[in-house]
Ligand binder design. Structure first.
Ligand code: P6P
Length: 404
């Protein structure tokens, strides 16, 4: 594993009051770095390019569709996005190059996860570093951060990055194509990694208000202003779930090809489910609303809901997205804002969940309407099947009206 110099050092908003920084000194990195590689377009793509929007891509095709072909098609046929005024042609292409960089980083990280014990990648960092959360960093946390940040910087499509592993926002090298800000948790759930529990990378993409200029205010906006969001789960299979504003698609990595192959053309979260996912070990600290909801699904239903809790957000959310039910990390008397970070954990997952027909709230308001005030802010979250999240909200509202 290459010894990358720690990425991002010296390229932060230095002054506490600084919110806009002209592009910093370009990162003097080696030639390495993934750029979009041209891939042959299959005949099917030409069919799609002529008659469908990207949101139909892969739905009615019985051909072999990869993330690369999806991204390349997105860069040529995004009428659904362009028509909605979301993004213009050149912005589509830049977004596609950014996403291609994320995909390459995820392949690299999954390769490290697979080799964990064999390549001495397990365990904590040698100098026992901690991240901005004060959490002990695993070796793979640091590698995953550097790979993600380096890839995005070298894509030349970002003005600024926000990572769970870095206290301050990172200013990217100067680029005339610096159109986007990427926020990411490079390896969520890493405390589980030594026992081979599924972990994942989570990312969200915002449009920069000013081309080529890093501005912290570009991400202190409601999560609904994201233009793309996704996660990559390193589990029994390596699965990338992605939306560029429309349908939610799932791509599974075929190791023999090194390509993410479209396996879930249009993911829809069931309107209701029979599982709830929350750390019940914290129930003594819960609000009345949370306690009432969990009692309701355990004792009032025809048959009790099943509790499923892995303790790895990407794995718990992925199951909820596909099977329905709810995932919660509520605020409580011990941690009023819960544990999960709104910018690079709650927002991307809520964005995906809503575009798959699900919902995400904090018990009183829609997650994606919230405006963060700081980049590492925590916030309570409930997400999953629309009917079940509404039920959680109802119990919270009733308890609040009773002053409980
Ligand atoms: P707890 C992993 O550390 C993580 O950040 C999320 O992936 C996961 O959902 C949560 O923390 C689990 O936290 O307090 O239940 O162990």
């Amino acid at each position: 594993m290459g010894n990358f110099p720690r990425f991002g050092r010296g390229r932060r908003l230095t002054s506490p009051n600084a919110t806009r920084v002209e592009a910093a000194v370009p990162y003097t990195n080696s030639e390495a770095g993934a750029q979009t590689r041209a891939v042959d377009r299959c005949g099917a793509m030409k069919r799609v390019a002529s008659s469908h929007s990207i949101d139909d891509f892969g739905e009615d095709l019985d051909s072999f569709v990869t993330l690369s072909s999806f991204i390349l098609t997105a860069s040529t046929t995004c009428p659904s996005l362009a028509a909605k005024g979301h993004i213009k042609k050149e912005e589509e292409t830049d977004l596609c190059i950014l996403l291609q960089s994320v995909a390459t980083s995820c392949k690299y990280i999954q390769n490290c996860v697979r080799k964990l014990g064999l390549a001495n990648l397990s365990g904590k960092t040698q100098d026992l570093t901690t991240n901005v959360q004060g959490e002990q960093q695993m070796k793979l946390d640091v590698i995953a951060h550097d790979v993600f940040a380096r890839g995005l910087d070298e894509s030349k499509r970002c003005t600024m990055l926000v990572s769970e592993e870095e206290e301050d926002a990172i200013m990217c090298a100067t680029s005339p194509h610096g159109r986007y800000v990427c926020v990411f948790d490079p390896l969520d759930g890493s405390s589980n990694i030594d026992c081979c529990v599924s972990v994942g990378s989570i990312f969200g993409v915002y449009r920069a208000k000013t081309l080529g200029v890093g501005d912290i205010n570009d991400v202190l906006v409601p999560g609904k202003e994201m233009v793309a969001a996704g996660y990559c789960m390193y589990g029994s299979a390596c699965t990338m779930v992605l939306t560029v504003g429309g349908n939610v698609r799932g791509f599974t990595l075929d190791p023999s090809l090194g390509e993410f192959v479209l396996t879930h053309p249009k993911i829809k979260c069931p309107p209701s489910g029979a599982t709830y996912s929350v750390n019940e070990g914290n129930s003594r600290y819960w609000s009345a609303g949370m306690k009432r909801y969990v009692d309701h699904v355990k004792y009032d239903k025809e048959s009790p809901h099943s509790l499923r809790y892995i303790g790895s957000m990407v794995a718990d959310v992925h199951r909820t997205l596909l099977y329905g039910g709810t995932f919660s990390y509520p605020g409580d008397s011990k941690s009023p804002n819960g544990k999960l970070r709104i910018l690079y954990e709650c927002f991307p997952m809520a964005y995906i969940m809503e575009r798959a027909g699900g919902a995400a709230s904090d018990g009183t308001q829609r997650i994606l309407d919230i405006v963060p005030t700081s980049i590492h802010q925590r916030h309570p979250i409930h997400m999953g099947s629309e009917e079940d999240v509404e039920e959680i909200d109802r119990f919270h509202r009733e308890a609040e009206m009773e002053g409980k």
